[in-house]
Design a protein around this ligand. Sequence first.
Ligand SMILES: Cc1cc2nc3c(=O)[nH]c(=O)nc-3n(C[C@H](O)[C@H](O)[C@H](O)COP(=O)(O)OP(=O)(O)OC[C@H]3O[C@@H](n4cnc5c(N)ncnc54)[C@H](O)[C@@H]3O)c2cc1C
Length: 478
Amino acid sequence: MIYLVLTVGPVIAAISLGGGARHGQNLAPLIGRALGILAMAMLLLQFLTSGRFEQISGRIGLDRTMGFHRVAAGALLLVIVGHIAGFMFRAQSWAPDVLLARLAAMITSTGLLGGTLAAGILLLLVLWAKYLRHQMARYEIWRLLHGGLAVAAMVLALRHSFVHARLFADPLGTGTIIVLAVIALGSIGIIYVWRLYQGRAQGFVVDAVHTRAPGIAELILRGPKDGAFRFTAGQFAWLTLGRRHSVTDNPFSILSLPSELPRLRFMIRDAGDMTHTVPALVPGTPVAIDGPHGSFTLQKVDISKPVLLIAGGIGIVPVLGVLAQLAEYRITSPVYLLLAVRDGAELRLLRDQLPGLQENLDLRALCLFEHGEGDVPTNIENITVQKARYDQTHLVRLLDGQDAAEMVAFVCGPPVMMDAAIDDLAVMGVLDANIRMERFDYDAANDIISRRQRQHFTLILTAGVVITVLATILSVWM
Ligand SMILES: Cc1cc2nc3c(=O)[nH]c(=O)nc-3n(C[C@H](O)[C@H](O)[C@H](O)COP(=O)(O)OP(=O)(O)OC[C@H]3O[C@@H](n4cnc5c(N)ncnc54)[C@H](O)[C@@H]3O)c2cc1C
């Protein structure tokens, strides 16, 4: 609702106060104009759904925020196509050669250059994010270019709106777009200037680094005793190691509990150029922290119900955070942990983390590994270790007759496993609202909940376009 009000609001304001539509006027350019205003508002709001605002992603979930960001980007392109088409169809003749000539004239017009460039950049951004992102060697460079090009598109589109297109002949339409532009620019300032300052001011430094399994290091940070950093178990933070700028920061789940502050622990897998440097970090290295973020927590979770935790690979980190919190709460309902790793040696991670927790929990665990030796944590009770790849039969076996529909589930792991596990949970009757998920890779989500969410987003975005078109038609009739 908020999104609809913020995007359709400027359109209605522009139409009702300054549109100047007269009865009998050609509808196509009026609809084109209204869609242009809608596109401008949608573009500006893309900055708020970039996933860095806890006020948004903390409430609706980071994966949902990022999912919306992507669906809205595609919809924005379609709205821009509608905007251009509206002006193409202003000609009396709709013959293909006339329409093409008009399109060519618009694209080559110097007056429309800002708008043409903005549309081109947005098309590039969407195609790049969807198809080519993983071919870029460094994620940080992709992110930097994505943000930089988005800002360039915004500036060009604003110039096009105000200077050329006189889209906002009325004060209210203009005012709302200016407010949205200030919010968008402010959000960039908050992420890249204020958050960096704030992250450094938290005063965290490296305390120690320990290798816990092949390619996996535990990073321990130490903050000031009276530090202001607060979080909930299972959340994550963006870390900037050393004195680099925050555009190079990376997200990591917090392994430790809030009660361990001012110490913070992370478990980091060597996945690329930044994570590769973690084992060599020397004590005292400053670490800027932007966080906490995420909703993979026990907040608003009914912990009187049995809890099911499903983790794949390094996805065990936030799951262990939640598990440790359950142990601290000493909940009496049973807790089930299913961990699947590729290399059996990674099961060593549990050896350091689980034993202390078991004293306070009714915990049953099933660990799966695909190759190597299952490094069985012999100091843990009620744990079964098996050489296998995850499928639903393992879930059924672990739950041993417990009704899954009565459970609260937490899932974090590689995309394919997450999709399979979430689909299995849905089949077993776990309600969407009782499934918490944390994705380390948002692009790949293809489980039943994500698909349903995308349909929901498409509905919201379609409603925005339909209201815009209907409002324009009504303005001509009335
Ligand atoms: C919410 C969240 C929590 C995470 N928690 C952990 C954790 O607890 N432990 C852990 O080891 N890893 C975690 N990750 C993944 C971690 O952020 C990436 O592995 C890390 O950023 C890779 O950085 P790099 O510079 O070493 O790799 P790069 O060389 O930049 O890239 C290597 C691979 O990592 C992916 N990647 C890089 N940066 C990110 C990013 N910002 N978000 C998603 N994928 C990225 C790239 O697509 C590429 O496939 C988490 C990711 C997210 C989104």
